[in-house]
Design a binder for this molecule. Structure first.
Ligand SMILES: [Mn+2]
Length: 314
């Protein structure tokens, strides 16, 4: 069976804040080769692309005064992009032996972000203490890996049920786990906004939470910052994921709902729906097996594309 991914992300400043300190990223990791010269009859400026090596969805919610929050979440996403491109090995994909390496790589990416933020804060005292949450989903169909720090969230919606896959790294949640605070009381507790785990901030430590699951066609994954969940219940999230006709519609509906209830914070949402369809080639990788990622095997997928920035001059 083949399928396709319908994915969309949006961020909104809300009704109360002057600045939007949230950031998001939706990206596709693909091997590419730029042809300089060849006898193959391809244009010498052609760039060839291999199979998708994974999709990355990330949301980050920055904190810190004087625009430092916006800087923190932006620098963290920048650092993730640089880490994914330059440092992390992601060509091994479905190879089971490498799974721990992948999870370790994702954790190391968070530590890399932490170092980057601390270095910036040290260089610019007014950015001292800036920090950010980060919830990142790395998808190699059908596997979903999540690495998470803070109180943004990742949900999985399957068969009409919704489940929060991440834990909120707030003091309120810690007290609930310890049994000293009820879940009801936690919803209004002053500890619900106090993070014990954050990228950057005052602490030198960061404790990335990792999670792995297998996706199925028909599933939907939602990533969001706390501006959404402050106003919208899990049930309402589920309804918009089940009822919406597209990822874009679900995102826009949810932001509207948060804003109609006060929009007390910046709101960022990414929705990814995994659809059963015969028509799309988006997830053909679902059909491929571990180990069949050699260059020879990717040949049928090579599609010459000339990105606009390297288009040959007329
Ligand atoms: Mn927030």
């Amino acid at each position: 069976m083949s399928g396709s991914m319908d994915v969309f992300g949006t961020t909104d400043v809300g009704r109360k804040r002057e600045q939007n300190e949230d950031q998001f990223l939706i990206a596709d990791l693909t091997k590419s080769m730029k042809i300089h010269q060849t006898s193959l009859g391809l244009d010498h400026q052609t760039r060839l692309f291999g199979n998708s090596q994974g999709k990355v969805l990330a949301v980050a919610d920055g904190m810190g005064g004087q625009a430092a929050g916006e800087r923190a979440s932006g620098a963290a996403i920048d650092a993730i992009v640089a880490y994914l491109l330059d440092t992390m090995r992601w060509f091994y994909q479905l190879d089971d032996d490498c799974e721990d390496d992948l999870l370790d790589g994702l954790k190391a990416a968070m530590v890399h972000c932490q170092e980057r933020l601390h270095a910036e804060a040290e260089a610019m005292p007014r950015r001292h203490g800036m920090g950010t949450t980060m919830t990142l989903a790395y998808l190699i169909w059908p596997r979903l890996y999540i690495v998470h720090v803070g109180d943004s969230r990742c949900y999985l919606c399957r068969g009409g049920h919704i489940e929060q896959l991440t834990n909120d790294h707030t003091l309120a949640e810690k007290f609930v786990e310890a049994g000293t605070l009820s879940e009801d009381a936690a919803r209004t507790s002053r500890w619900r906004h106090v993070l014990w785990n954050v990228i950057g901030g005052e602490s030198n430590d960061v404790s990335p939470e990792v999670y792995r699951t297998d996706l199925e066609l028909g599933d939907a994954v939602l990533l969001c910052t706390d501006g959404l969940t402050a106003h919208v219940s899990d049930d309402e999230l589920r309804e918009s994921l089940v009822g919406g006709s597209s990822a874009q519609q679900a995102c826009e509906q949810l932001v509207q709902l948060a804003n109609s209830r006060g929009g007390s914070d910046n709101t960022t949402v990414i929705v990814a729906r995994f659809l059963e369809t015969a028509a799309s080639a988006e997830l053909v990788a679902a059909e491929s097996q571990p180990g069949d990622k050699s260059l020879e095997d990717t040949e049928p997928y090579l599609t010459p594309v000339t990105p606009p920035e390297i288009a040959p001059k007329a």
